[in-house]
Design a protein around this ligand. Structure first.
Ligand code: 4NP
Length: 150
């Protein structure tokens, strides 16, 4: 069955669009049949393109994300997706609460299975975006190798 994967952070303009951009390219390269999307628990940036600094880093790393647009998590996501991956523990807590309210079925987990949070780069400097992007890439690589084994 086709796996449907949703990446979630707070604003859907920094971490989760980067995760989506990395995942969709790796999935294509590996010939996998997975559907990906990303969303934010907050709605402040709905309709916006990813943060300019994250777009720059993503393009530099070979995973352009200029086409992505932010949206907020909705109840239906907990039925439409098989796996919902949170970037940090706060996102995870928010998603677990929303899943309970929706009585949804999606498997909600942290992106990094070792419990590491992807730090929010929004309030930091340019360096933060590189570090964040590379951490996300590692997390996505690991996650994809795990689901392929499942
Ligand atoms: P993200 O970063 O959750 O990685 O997209 C943020 C973007 C915007 C805000 C917070 C975090 N904000 O408060 O607007």
């Amino acid at each position: 069955m086709k796996k449907r994967i949703l990446f979630v952070c707070l604003g859907n303009i920094c971490r989760s669009p980067a995760a989506e951009g990395i995942a969709r390219k790796l999935i294509r390269e590996r010939g996998l049949d997975y559907f990906t999307d990303s969303a934010g628990t907050g709605d402040w940036h709905t309709g916006e393109a990813p943060h300019s600094e994250m777009r720059r880093v993503a393009t530099e790393r070979g995973f352009p994300i200029d086409d992505l647009r932010a949206r907020q998590v909705k109840s239906k996501d907990f039925f439409d997706f098989d796996v919902i991956l949170a970037m940090d523990h706060q996102n995870l807590r928010d998603l677990e609460r929303l899943k309970k309210q929706a009585r949804g079925t999606a498997d909600v987990r942290l992106l990094c299975s070792d419990g590491t949070d992807i730090p929010d780069p929004y309030y930091g400097g340019a360096d933060g975006f590189y570090r964040c992007f590379d951490m996300i890439r590692e997390g996505v690589e690991e996650f994809l190798s795990e689901v392929v084994r499942e």
